[in-house]
Write a protein that binds this ligand. Structure first.
Ligand code: GDP
Length: 527
């Protein structure tokens, strides 16, 4: 391949994830994006929430909970771009995977329910985006229903999320009277027509707010709307590409995912503005996506996606160069060269062999236990990508074995599950307990299920009085030793051998931080 071709292919890529609170409309908008990308022909055909078939126990467990386990990565062409959309589980299956997926994207789409505004899951995900200043586009959804005042919503985005909000278009009415959106930059009215939920919607536009057609469309509301637009233009931030790319400003679009409207208007701008694959920091140097030599890192491991292959799939973000079927790559941590001929991608829930992937793309590697979250693969260079953190769990359980003879299996199972990032394990320094931590309830249930199913360990998971975990760092050995003694009852060693403080309450954590100014209490730690 010519160098120019390769660079062009990299520059075409847009890799992003959707962040939202459950029920804001992530699934619906995903479907409409796929429809626009011609990846499906009728909305509703990809992501039935009940899932297509129960193909394994584990999957049926997910399905009982009404969780879709189909596509984790979706690729589709749009205009002259190649879009990679990564799924971030949004419901009870909220887990560390959700967080880590955000380390593998170059931008994010934030979906906000227009009636509810910014909700707490969105805030959490936004905080993760902030770690890398990921550019964020906002979509205010459900305009076909009564929503809150759009100006109030913009204020909330700015205040709660701490990011400037720049409306690109503005809703003309809402609920029953939703007429469409007006683009503040192109002076175009995009007209909403009901009844196109499942197929590509028509693209009816009126050029110029100061036109007869616009007057006709808005009718009695016309003058008020013109005033409102004046107000909005005067009072809100203007879109600036540079600030957006620096993660400081979010362009805001309005629409209705269910009504299949406003999504195209958003996507058209999104593919233009969102950054192409970005460079990544490593322990050696910054690796540019445009480099010819291959590199990538693993950000997620998914177990038993298909019971016919009793393996796990390691999801890798290609950071630079090109994956070609049959190529040799270096597993840096294992210091081993391996030939990979069976990397997969996912099309409507089915595994498909990948012939080729370019920087920015996501591929799945079969993992028989040797791949861990955070592992780097290269053309041969010894480097390790950084910035793939562990996130402090928010739910904790103490594990009690039903059969004490099984303690070896338990240790082994927990070690493996924590290495692949399915859970975090903490061993208190002053007791023989074992504590598992997760960020979502389903993450626990999956761990319990897998310990039983794969390691034959039956255990009880007792609630325990821990609010959160913090990784403890201190340059001063003496201070650290003093802290270790004083806080021994709350200290644990995590699965990676790192000292961590398990705080019983939020207040306790704040007190400790105040009392021990030389000790750092970190909410993330690198792999
Ligand atoms: P997710 O949990 O974020 O994936 O949300 P879903 O896409 O499953 O949507 C949650 C609910 O809101 C579903 O019942 C959708 O049909 C509904 N919904 C999504 N978008 C819209 C919209 O634009 N308007 C209306 N009225 N309902 C919507």
């Amino acid at each position: 391949m010519q160098d120019g071709d390769f660079l062009q292919q990299v520059a075409q890529r847009r890799t992003f994830a959707i962040i939202s609170h459950p029920d804001a409309g992530k699934t619906t908008i995903t479907e409409k994006l796929l429809l626009l990308g011609s990846a499906i022909s009728v909305a509703g055909s990809v992501k039935g929430k009940k899932g297509p078939h129960a193909t394994s126990d584990w999957m049926s467990m997910e399905q009982e909970r009404g969780i879709s386990v189909t596509s984790s990565v979706m690729q589709f062409p749009y205009h002259d771009r190649i879009v990679n959309l990564l799924d971030t589980p949004g419901h009870e299956d909220f887990s560390e995977d959700t967080y880590r997926t955000l380390t593998a994207v170059d931008s994010a789409l934030m979906v906000i329910d227009g009636a509810k505004g910014v909700e707490d899951r969105t805030i959490k995900l936004m905080n993760v985006c902030r770690l890398r200043d990921t550019p964020i586009i906002s979509f205010v959804n459900k305009l076909d229903r009564p929503t809150r005042d759009p100006i109030e919503l913009l204020d909330e985005i700015e205040e709660v999320l701490g990011i400037a909000a720049a409306p690109v278009n503005w809703p003309m009415g809402m609920g029953e009277h939703f007429l469409g959106v007006y683009n503040l930059y192109t002076d175009t009215l995009h007209c909403f027509e009901r009844g196109h939920n499942a197929v590509l919607p028509p693209d009816r536009r009126i050029q110029g707010l100061d036109s007869d057609e616009a007057r006709q469309l808005l009718g009695d509301e016309y003058d008020d709307f013109v005033d409102e637009i004046e107000l909005v233009k005067g009072a809100s931030h203007e879109f600036e590409l540079e600030k957006f790319l620096a993660g400081k400003l979010s362009p805001v679009f309005f629409g209705t995912a269910l009504g299949n409207f406003g999504v195209r208007e958003m996507l058209d701008n999104f593919v233009e503005w969102a950054p192409p694959p970005q460079g990544r920091g490593s322990n050696e140097r910054e690796v540019a996506a445009s480099e010819r030599s291959f590199s990538g890192f693993v950000f997620k491991i998914q177990a038993n996606m298909d019971p016919r292959h009793r393996d796990r799939i390691a999801f890798m973000r290609v950071c630079s160069g090109r994956y070609e079927k049959g190529m040799k790559m270096r597993h840096v941590r294992m210091a081993k060269d391996i030939k990979i001929a069976d990397a997969v991608t996912f099309k409507a829930g089915e595994r498909v062999l990948v012939e080729e992937a370019i920087a920015g793309d996501i591929i799945g590697l079969h993992n028989h236990g040797t791949i861990q979250i955070g592992d780097t693969f290269t053309d041969g260079e010894d480097l390790g990508f950084t910035g793939i953190p562990h996130f402090a769990p928010e739910l904790f359980r103490r594990i009690r074995l039903r059969d004490p003879m099984k303690s070896k299996q338990l240790q082994k199972g927990l070690q493996q599950l924590s290495e692949e990032g399915s859970t975090q394990v903490f061993a208190p320094i002053s007791s023989t307990d074992l504590i598992v931590g997760a960020v979502g309830q389903l993450q626990f249930d999956v761990v319990a299920y897998r310990l039983k199913d794969e390691y034959k360990v039956e255990a009880m998971y007792e609630p325990i009085n821990v609010y959160t975990a913090r990784w403890v760092y201190c340059d001063d050995e003496r201070k650290l030793e003093e802290f270790r003694k004083k806080a021994a009852d709350q200290l644990s060693i995590d699965g990676g051998g790192f000292l961590s403080y398990l705080a019983p309450t939020r207040v306790n954590l704040a007190l400790m931080e105040e009392r021990w100014p030389d000790i750092q209490f970190r909410a993330t730690r690198e792999h």
